[in-house]
Design a protein around this ligand. Structure first.
Ligand SMILES: Nc1ncnc2c1ncn2[C@@H]1O[C@H](COP(=O)(O)OP(=O)(O)OP(=O)(O)O)[C@@H](O)[C@H]1O
Ligand SMILES: [Mg+2]
Length: 206
């Protein structure tokens, strides 16, 4: 299963989620983010005595397509897309089995989601297919309960569906990355439970 974490907006938690999911599932990451956030985290991982995660970094859309053509069908992989629009990012969205779009539950974030929806609409028309992205509320306040604004927005956009899983703002997520660990490698925490629930919802086996 090819799981792509994508949003054309930056700083919504794509790389953070890609990292924790890849470690939880024990699968490689394709890093399409030119900031190379996860390569840095992976170096910290090695420095802390853990086995490095496999990170693949294709330079061009052609390299990427070639890699994916050779990737065995049914084998799991995570793609971390950069927070911008590009042909490479669109190719990743098109070839993936599951698209997860982290979104922050703030009115100011809505414009970004519209923009991403427009990109998916264009891509769907061009490729003559109906691409769906799963919107994952991420980095929300741990005490937040009312998500009606986001629920209404997602309902009104045909290429989106809202995930049941929610990932809250939790320091454990970035603290574990500071030592190159995945949250599921550490002791019990709410953050760990959220990643496990997310994996269950995507129905992917590690
Ligand atoms: N659930 C969360 N809890 C705590 N911090 C979070 C959470 N999600 C994201 N963050 C923090 O928000 C910042 C942005 O996250 P991240 O780098 O993963 O975003 P991104 O979407 O990959 O950005 P870009 O598009 O620039 O690649 C980071 O500092 C990250 O630690
Ligand atoms: Mg990123």
């Amino acid at each position: 299963m090819v799981i792509t974490i994508a949003h054309s907006k930056g700083g919504v938690g794509k790389s953070l989620l890609a990292w924790h999911l890849a470690i939880a599932l024990g699968v490689p990451i394709i890093d399409l983010d030119f900031q190379r956030t996860l390569v840095y985290t992976n170096n910290l991982r090695e420095a802390n005595g853990r086995k490095k995660l496999k990170i693949i970094q294709p330079e061009t859309p052609e390299d990427f397509i070639k890699f994916m053509d050779d990737w065995p069908e049914g084998k799991n992989i995570i793609i971390d897309v950069g927070g911008f629009d590009s042909n490479l990012n669109r190719a990743a969205i098109y070839i993936s089995d599951v698209i997860i779009t982290p979104a922050v539950d703030r009115v100011t974030e809505m414009a970004g989601l519209y923009k991403f929806h427009q990109i998916i609409e264009e891509l769907s028309q061009k490729m003559k297919t109906d691409i769906k992205a799963k919107i994952l509320l991420n980095d929300v306040s741990p005490s937040a309960k009312d998500f009606t604004v986001m629920e209404e927005l997602v309902k009104s956009l045909s290429h989106f569906e809202l995930m049941k899983s929610i990932v809250a703002h939790r320091a454990d997520f970035y603290k574990s990355m500071e030592e190159g660990a995945g949250i599921t490698e550490l002791g019990d925490s709410k953050a760990k439970d959220e990643i496990k629930k997310l994996i269950k919802e995507i129905k992917v086996k590690g």
